[in-house]
Design a binder for this molecule. Structure first.
Ligand SMILES: [Zn+2]
Length: 45
């Protein structure tokens, strides 16, 4: 489980609520809230 504000590293993450994919392409990127539904919890794809 990855939460908004963490820096989980490069990878694809799936919104726990609506399934939107969030792609982080840099290890220093901070996990944003879901752009669609504002969910703050994600699973690594
Ligand atoms: Zn969502």
């Amino acid at each position: 489980m990855v939460t908004t504000g963490e820096k989980p590293g490069k990878g694809t993450y799936i919104c726990n609520n609506c399934g939107t994919e969030i792609i982080l392409d840099d290890n220093s990127d901070t996990m944003p809230p879901c752009p669609k539904c504002n969910e703050t919890e994600f699973n690594r794809k």
